[in-house]
Design a protein around this ligand. Structure first.
Ligand code: KIV
Ligand code: ZN
Length: 514
C-alpha cells in the first residue's frame, strides 16, 4: 500500500495574490465546489484577517464545502489567528495555517526581529491556533533561503507546540530540485520530533522550477504538496496542481505515494479558474492546454492511430478532455439540461432559478447549434452575476460599424431602476460601446486588460470577454459571454464596474508587519 500524498490547493489564497486575479465571494465558492468535486484534500480558502471580503469568502466556503478540509491563512499574530478561527468555525473540518518569515533577509529587513523572537512568535501562534483546532499548519516563510540549522530549531519547537503539518515554502522560487529535495530529507532526519508532523512543500515558479522542486521534495519524503490550478499565484505562480498530480500518477514507478483525486475533474477546474480570473491557459500548457493531447505531425498521428501509447503517456479522458464533450442543443429538455448542470456542480437553489437559467439556455440554443459545458459554465456565471449585482443591467445596444466611417454605439442601461441611454464613437465597435457605457456609469477606472476567448469552435461560438479595471489600487475582473463579442464586451465591462462598486479592498498577506 502506497503512502497518501495530500493535495493542498491554494488557488483561492496564493492564486488570488496574482496581480489581477481577485475573486468575489461567490466566485470563490464556485471554485471551491469544483475543487471539492476534484476531491482535493485541503482547500486554502483565503486569509481571513486581510479584509472583510476575505473573511466572508472563507466563511462562505467553510459553510458550503463538506468533503474537503478548509484552511485559512494567518500571520503569527493573535488577531489573525482569532479571525481565522472565527471564519472557519462552520466547516465540517478545518485547519489554521500560520506563518512567519525565517530567512535572514526577511527577519532583519521585513520583521526587524531577532531569530529568538521569531521562534517565540511561531510557538505562540501555533499554541493559539490549537485552541481552535487540532489541525494546525506552520510555515517558515522564505524557507528556501533560510539557514537549515535555524529551520530545524523552529520546526522542532512548533511541532512540540502542536503543529501537525510543517510546510517548507520556497517563497521566492530560488531553489533547484536536487538542493530542495536534500533540504526536505535533511530536515526530516535532523528534527527529533519530525515523525509527529506531515512535511509539506510550497514552491513558487520564479525559475520555472516549482513543479520540479515539489516532485523532488516528494521523492525525499514530503507527503503534502501545496499547489494551484493552472499554476496561478504570486509573480510567476505556484506549482501547478494538474502537473504534480499527473506526474505522480503517470510515473507511479518513481513515486512511492499516490493521491486520491478524481483527475477527470481537472479540466473543468482549469477552465473555471481561467474564466473567473481572466488568465488564459497557454495552448501548449501541460495537461490542460488546448494542444496538450493534439498530435499535429503526420508521423505522430500515424503512430497514435496504430497504438496511442506510441506518443501518449496519459489518456486525455483521465484529465477530463473527452468527458467534457457532452453536447446539448435546442431540442434538449429541462431534465437533460438540469442533470448536466448538476454534474457540473451547479445546484439550483429554487425552481425559479432553474426556469431562469433554462430560459437563457434556450435563447442561446436558438443562436448556437451545439451547447458545450463551457457554454453552460458561462450561463451559470451570468445568472449568478445577475442575481448579485442587479444595479446595472444592459437593456439595449446598437452599434454601427461601416468601412470608411467612424463606428458609433448607443447603449441603454438600467441603473438602480432608472433607464438611461448614452452614445459614443470609438476606434471600433467594442471601443465605442465601452465608451458609451462609461459615459453612463462614470466609473473613472483604468482599463488594465481586455481579452476575448472563443468558448468553443466555429464562428457561432460564444466569445468570452474579460475586462480588468483598476481604481485606487482595487483591481476587478468582469466576464461576459455572448455569440456577439460586442455584447459580450459590454456585459463584461458592466460586470467589472458593478464589482468595483461592491468590492472590498484586499491586503496582501505577506505585506503585513509580521
Ligand atoms: O510563498 C509563501 O511563503 C507563502 C506562505 C504564506 C506559505 O505563500
Ligand atoms: Zn506562496
Amino acid at each position: 500500500m502506497k503512502d497518501k500524498l495530500i493535495i493542498f490547493d491554494t488557488t483561492l489564497r496564493d492564486g488570488e495574490q496574482s496581480p489581477g486575479a481577485s475573486m468575489t465571494r461567490d466566485e470563490k465558492v464556485r471554485i471551491a465546489k469544483a475543487l471539492e468535486r476534484l476531491k482535493v484534500d485541503i482547500i486554502e480558502a483565503g486569509f481571513p484577517a486581510a479584509s472583510v471580503g476575505d473573511f466572508e469568502a472563507v466563511q462562505a466556503v467553510a459553510n458550503v464545502v463538506k468533503d474537503s478540509t478548509i484552511c485559512g491563512l494567518a500571520r503569527a499574530l493573535d488577531k489573525d489567528i482569532d479571525r481565522a478561527g472565527e471564519a472557519l468555525k462552520g466547516a465540517n473540518s478545518f485547519r489554521i495555517h500560520t506563518f512567519i518569515a525565517t530567512s535572514p533577509i526577511h527577519m532583519k529587513m521585513k520583521l526587524n526581529m531577532e531569530p529568538e523572537q521569531v521562534v517565540e512568535y511561531a510557538v505562540r501562534a501555533v499554541k493559539r491556533a490549537r485552541q481552535y483546532t487540532d489541525n494546525v499548519e506552520f510555515s517558515p516563510e522564505d524557507a528556501g533561503r533560510s539557514d537549515e540549522d535555524f529551520l530545524c530549531r523552529i520546526l522542532e519547537a512548533v511541532i512540540d507546540a502542536g503543529a501537525t503539518t510543517v510546510n517548507i515554502p520556497d517563497t521566492v522560487g530560488y531553489s533547484v530540485p536536487q538542493e530542495f529535495g536534500a533540504t526536505i530529507s535533511n530536515l526530516m532526519q535532523r528534527i527529533p520530533n519530525a515523525d509527529k508532523a506531515v512535511f509539506s512543500v510550497h514552491c513558487h515558479n520564479d525559475l520555472g522550477l516549482a513543479v520540479a522542486n515539489s516532485l523532488s521534495a516528494i521523492i525525499n519524503g514530503a507527503r503534502q504538496v501545496e499547489c494551484t490550478i493552472n499554476g496561478l499565484g504570486e509573480r510567476a505562480g505556484n506549482a501547478s496542481l494538474e502537473e504534480i498530480v499527473m506526474a505522480v500518477r503517470t510515473r507511479h514507478d518513481v513515486f512511492d505515494c499516490q493521491t486520491t483525486l478524481d483527475t477527470r475533474e481537472i479540466l473543468t477546474c482549469s477552465k473555471l479558474v481561467s474564466s473567473i480570473t481572466g488568465f488564459p491557459v497557454q495552448p501548449n500548457k501541460a495537461i490542460v492546454g488546448a494542444n496538450a493531447f493534439a498530435h499535429e505531425a503526420g508521423i505522430h498521428q500515424d503512430g497514435v492511430l496504430k497504438n496511442p501509447e506510441t506518443y501518449e503517456i496519459m489518456k486525455a479522458e483521465h484529465v477530463g478532455w473527452s468527458a467534457n464533450k457532452m453536447v446539448l442543443g435546442k431540442h434538449s429538455g429541462r431534465n437533460a439540461f438540469k442533470s448536466r448542470m448538476v454534474t457540473l456542480g451547479h445546484a439550483f437553489k429554487s425552481e425559479q432559478e432553474l426556469n431562469d437559467v433554462f430560459f437563457r439556455f434556450k435563447q442561446l440554443a436558438d443562436k448556437k447549434h451545439e451547447i458545450v459545458d463551457e457554454d453552460l459554465q458561462a450561463l451559470i456565471s451570468e445568472a449568478s452575476f445577475d442575481a448579485e449585482e442587479e444595479q446595472i443591467k444592459l437593456i439595449a445596444l446598437k452599434v454601427c460599424s461601416e468601412t470608411g466611417e467612424v463606428p458609433n454605439s448607443t447603449v441603454t442601461l438600467r441603473i438602480n431602476n432608472d433607464e438611461v441611454t448614452g452614445s459614443s464613437t470609438g476606434s471600433g465597435a467594442v471601443d465605442a460601446s465601452l465608451k458609451a457605457i462609461e459615459s453612463l456609469v462614470k466609473s473613472d477606472a483604468t482599463l488594465e486588460l481586455y481579452s476575448v476567448n472563443s468558448i468553443s469552435n466555429g464562428t457561432d461560438a460564444q466569445g468570452e470577454v474579460t475586462v480588468r479595471l483598476e481604481k485606487a489600487g482595487r483591481i476587478v475582473n468582469g466576464q461576459g459571454a455572448d455569440t456577439d463579442i460586442v455584447i459580450a464586451s459590454a456585459k463584461a465591462y458592466i460586470h467589472a464596474v458593478s464589482k468595483l462598486k461592491a468590492v472590498d479592498f484586499r491586503q496582501h498577506p505577506q505585506q503585513g508587519n509580521v
